[in-house]
Design a protein around this ligand. Structure first.
Ligand SMILES: [Zn+2]
Ligand SMILES: [Zn+2]
Length: 342
């Protein structure tokens, strides 16, 4: 067949013309010469269709291109590539579309000027305005916090917030933070998330959970309430030694208001109500543990030597204990010496 346009004897592709004549007259992609992209200067989020997204610039540029360019439905398996050069606040880009028209590969290029607009996003403007919906308060029962415990608590809350932000909670942030020996206060932007963070702290450190509401006045003719979530961490901690009912225990884990504790003369576990543990009967934690060298052992007893004083002493061996290591951990409570599991 002869092409009606070029007159060559070629297979007719469409409308009486050959493929190369068809391609000469057809543009498969069309778009503007200038495009604006909005970025938040504080958090580097990009605005896309009235929401803010945290993505790489290349990704967001492609999204925008897909929105504003029209691509012919004749073209299949289209890929978009961009190459940009920055000039002042303007990007001079080349957009390359590649796709297939039947088995013919088609490539089209367009120059595109991208203007970067700066606009503070919704979350950042709330953050800079000191916005918060809830306060997470962490306090201790009948004691003040040592510095290291405050650090552990603070990093725990911060890493929970970090994980949630990463998993897509863009609106979550800590507006303000207060720390003293009495405890910690976190001012949090979202109350439901603040609630779950406070609950996680209680799960991990034990203690009581209380919530209260306060009236924060009117905003946009609506009454605004703020929540306070209080976690009162008990006097005891995981790893502490305490006496109860004429026995001595090591706390192995905390479960809200209960503790799982190891009875030190038998090495058996027991669950005890936290409120039954008297703050005055808590001896302390791992700082009390002393290493001793095993000199000899029988079925029921262990002879150990203090590596500092070289004095030897016998300890009753708990039934459940098998000692294979040359060094053991011990603790002295009220003058009694106990073997502590490694
Ligand atoms: Zn032709
Ligand atoms: Zn922002």
């Amino acid at each position: 067949m002869f092409c009606v346009e070029c007159g060559k004897d070629e297979p007719i592709f469409r409308n009486g013309v050959c493929l190369s004549c068809y391609l000469k007259h057809t543009q498969f992609t069309k778009g503007p010469a200038i495009m604006d992209i909005t970025i938040c200067p504080r958090c580097s989020s990009y605005k896309h269709k009235n929401t803010w997204v945290q993505e790489d610039f290349d990704e967001i540029l492609k999204r925008y291109i897909k929105d504003v360019f029209s691509i012919s439905s004749e073209l299949k398996n289209v890929t978009i590539q961009t190459q940009c050069k920055e000039q002042d606040r303007i990007l001079r880009c080349t957009v390359t579309f590649s796709g297939f028209l039947e088995d013919q590969q088609i490539t089209e290029q367009h120059p595109l000027t991208v203007r970067i607009r700066r606009n503070t996003c919704d979350v950042c403007s709330r953050e800079s305005g000191g916005y918060f919906e809830a306060i997470i308060q962490i306090r201790a029962e009948k004691r003040t916090f040592p510095k290291e415990e405050l650090t552990i608590l603070r990093t725990t809350v911060e890493s929970l917030v970090g994980q949630l932000q990463k998993s897509g909670k863009r609106g979550l942030f800590i507006t303000d933070y207060d720390e003293n020996r009495q405890g910690l206060d976190f001012f949090v932007s979202e109350k439901t998330t603040a609630f779950s963070i406070a609950k996680k702290i209680q799960e991990q450190f034990g203690g009581e959970f209380k919530q209260s509401t306060s009236d924060a006045g009117m905003k946009d003719s609506k009454q605004v309430y703020r929540m306070t979530y209080l976690v009162r961490i008990p006097a005891y901690r995981k790893g502490d030694f305490f006496s109860f009912d004429a026995s001595y225990f090591l706390i192995s884990s905390l479960h809200e208001n209960k503790v799982r504790a190891l009875e030190l003369s038998r090495w058996t576990e027991k669950v005890i109500e936290g409120k039954n543990i008297q703050p005055s009967k808590i001896f302390g934690g791992k700082e009390l543990i002393r290493e001793m060298i095993v000199v000899s052992q029988s079925k029921k007893e262990l002879q150990v030597m203090d590596p500092k004083s070289y004095s030897t002493v016998e300890i009753q061996k708990p039934k459940l204990a098998t000692i294979e290591s040359p060094v053991v951990n011990t603790v002295k409570l009220d003058g009694y010496l106990f073997l502590v599991p490694a």
